[in-house]
Design a binder for this molecule. Sequence first.
Ligand SMILES: [Zn+2]
Length: 226
Amino acid sequence: MVVSGIDITIHKSARKTVSIFVERDGSVSARVPEKLEEEEIEEILKAKEYQIFKNLAEWTQLNQNAVEREYVNGQSFLYLGRNYRLRFVEDNIEGLQFIKNKFLINKEEKHRAKELFVKFYKNKLLTKIHPIIDQYKMQLGVEPKQIKIMELQNRWASCTSNGNVNFHWKCAMAPIDVLQYIVVHELAHLIHLNHTAEFWNEVDKILPNYESQMNWLKLNGAGMDL
Ligand SMILES: [Zn+2]
């Protein structure tokens, strides 16, 4: 459906309200109650025109931070919130090495550089995140069943109702305080499996400045693609 010149994909479901999203690729979609007629949907979306333009402007702003990374000498990669450069070397080194603030890969292994970065982030995150989890699970009084580092489409972390917690390996790109926030957020879900005021209150008790960490994720989330 085209509203005010914007192509909007409509998803109908058993919901009561209309909500509009700008997807990761910049396309716009709306979730609408299934009982609404086409004209009613169009009318509601027209009334939300200002909000749609505002969301699109925000999306554009955020995606200016998106970096198309290439596996070439001098390209920078994030690690714990800072950028470090990649160097292909002649030296016979094993996989990807992080030495003296540089990422080093043997030039013969250039074709699998991306794979080596993923492996690096996974290993580093595993060692960084466990002490953080141990610290905050005590404070929150929760006990995650299983902790996994994995590829999680568009999410930083997730948890299941039976107490498993998963973290995206990209969390290793975030500064430590942001990593702490991601951990506290997920562990707090073991108490409240939702985003109610009680949930945020739990996060706030442990990290009173969590909004600045949330902001970092918002601003940098788009710059983390490998
Ligand atoms: Zn959440």
